[in-house]
Design a protein around this ligand. Structure first.
Ligand code: COI
Length: 360
């Protein structure tokens, strides 16, 4: 693979400062980042540069009107030490779905994938070796027009940086089903990875934390009845041996981990239902002793055990993590595929092919 990227290598690597046995999520950043600019109707200025601050104008449109989107992906190491990507094309496609919804220009998918190979190839020593850890990859795009006015920008910046991460939720988490605030309504931006979706979730999440819970379980914005997702992750429930996840309806993120878990469950012959599910059905199943598990799925969280769900006066208690068999099975499978300890029958794993020019 040849590269059309201009590369400036970081001569002051910070890797020796990192304790790879103790990695917090999202606070450590690798040595390089990829940047590109959209101007005069096209993307160009493809560069790999040392990781560092980006200068922006005070009138930068993204800061004022929120025209900003992102992706989250992971690179892992195989058991024999080779750097691997997980479904990179799907992330390239999804960021462009987000771009279309937010009236932003699409980013060329071949350049997206090539840039991921290049940046991960260059910083592959930053991929933590422990299973369940990964190099988190954060592609994002924002409007950087320098003027005041509500309308799509005519210039944009696209950036990819990476950083080693451990588990997003090291412990099982509790959710509060939200009865007032709404994450997304059908027709809104809930299906896009739009930054504003996350901003709007912060206050309700803080309120959930004040009640002793970790995250919000979002209900639909019309009837406050149907389960959507938890903002940081899609949701799955095991009721009477059937694994159920809400059908995406335009207001729920089309999670790539969600899609992958459904494929794994299907291939192992689990009973699956992808359909609207109400919070009342979950409460009823819990009261009848049929709610066996609840868990979240996402790139950052992988598979997160849920131990409590609060809805009105009900507090549903879930079995201890060791007994959440489906969640634990899925975590083990997906981590196993990502380390190549398990066969990748779905062709999700893509070995990193760094351009010759940047081989470390
Ligand atoms: C991801 O799973 O990659 C996300 O973007 C969600 C966020 C909680 C980190």
């Amino acid at each position: 693979m040849d590269t059309k990227f201009k590369i400036t290598k970081n001569e002051n690597s910070k890797i020796s400062e990192v304790d790879f046995d103790n990695i917090p999520f999202g606070k450590i950043f690798s040595d390089h980042m990829f940047t590109a600019d959209y101007k005069d109707g096209e993307w160009g200025n493809f560069q790999i540069v040392p990781f560092g601050p980006i200068q922006i104008h005070p009138a930068c449109l993204a800061l004022h009107y929120g025209q900003s989107i992102f992706e989250g992906m992971k690179a892992t190491k195989s058991y024999s030490g080779d750097p691997l990507l997980f479904r990179p094309e799907m992330h390239a496609t999804r960021i462009n779905a987000s771009a279309r919804r937010m009236a932003m220009p699409e980013f060329p998918e071949d350049v997206f994938v090539e840039a991921i190979h290049a940046i991960v190839g260059l910083d592959q020593k930053w991929i933590p070796p422990a299973e369940g850890s990964a190099l988190y990859i954060r592609p994002f795009m924002f409007a950087n027009g320098e003027y005041i006015g509500v309308g799509p920008s005519d210039t944009y910046k696209f950036v990819i940086f990476t950083g080693p991460v451990g588990p997003y939720y090291p412990k099982p988490i509790g959710l509060v089903a939200e009865e007032f605030y709404v994450r997304a309504a059908v027709g809104g931006t809930g299906e896009a990875k739009a930054c504003g979706n996350y901003a709007g979730s912060l206050l309700p999440t803080e309120l959930a934390k004040q009640k002793g819970y970790d995250q919000v379980l979002w209900l639909d914005g019309k009837e406050y009845k149907y389960v959507q997702e938890a903002g940081t992750m899609n949701l799955f429930f095991v009721i009477d041996d059937v694994v159920i996840t809400p059908a995406t309806d335009g207001a729920i993120l089309k999670g790539i981990t969600r899609d992958s878990l459904l494929a794994i469950l299907d291939s192992f012959g689990y009973k699956i239902e992808v359909r609207p599910i109400t919070i009342d059905e979950i409460v009823k199943a819990s009261k009848n002793g049929l709610l066996q598990e609840a868990f979240g799925a996402g790139t950052a969280v992988v598979v997160a055990n849920i131990d409590r769900i609060k809805y009105k006066d009900n507090v549903l208690k879930l079995p201890v993590p060791e007994k959440q068999k489906v969640a634990n099975f899925l975590r083990n499978e997906i981590n196993g595929i990502r380390s190549q300890k398990k066969a990748d029958e779905f062709d999700w794993i893509v070995p990193v092919k760094a351009p010759e020019a940047i081989k470390a």
